[in-house]
Design a protein around this ligand. Structure first.
Ligand code: CDP
Length: 132
């Protein structure tokens, strides 16, 4: 079982979403940015690395958000609360990045604009935005 880790980056009660550019079945949908943990790599180190590669920023990492989601092909997806430490996010590998409020996130989920696995975390993400 491999782990994929994604960041729920929050600033000013808004969540950062990134728009996938590939593969075709999820291209155009929005996700929490992240990627696969390499063998022997700590989850938080993997998340810092993936976010630096994908968004050109450094993040701080906190607690887990929501329950792990089992993806197809032996992948397990986990999310962690995160915040910007250095830089402004740039869409290096994604089509775009955006900041959304809890209300906007709910509307996007209802419209089917989130990747399916991340949509499972809607209530957890809304709660996280309410706390921050
Ligand atoms: O770039 P890397 O191959 O490390 O990872 P990825 O392609 O971004 O993600 C690996 C798998 O996790 C893909 O199947 C993505 O669709 C899925 N994923 C997801 O469902 N939700 C996320 N927030 C991030 C990745």
């Amino acid at each position: 079982m491999k782990t994929v880790v994604a960041a729920a980056i929050v600033r000013d009660q808004k969540l950062l979403l990134a728009q996938r550019s590939y593969p075709d079945d999820v291209a155009g949908l929005w996700e929490l940015p992240g990627g696969k943990v390499e063998d022997g790599e700590a989850v938080s180190v993997a998340l810092e690395r993936e976010i630096a590669e994908e968004l050109s920023v450094r993040i701080g990492i906190g607690r887990g958000v929501g329950e792990p989601v089992v993806l197809r092909d032996n992948l397990i997806l986990v999310a962690r609360h995160a915040w910007l430490v250095e830089g402004e996010p740039v869409a290096v590998e994604h089509s775009a990045v955006t900041w959304v409020s809890a209300g906007e996130l709910g509307a996007m989920a209802r419209a089917g604009e989130l990747v399916p696995a991340d949509a499972v975390w809607l209530d957890d993400l809304v709660a996280l935005l309410g706390e921050s």
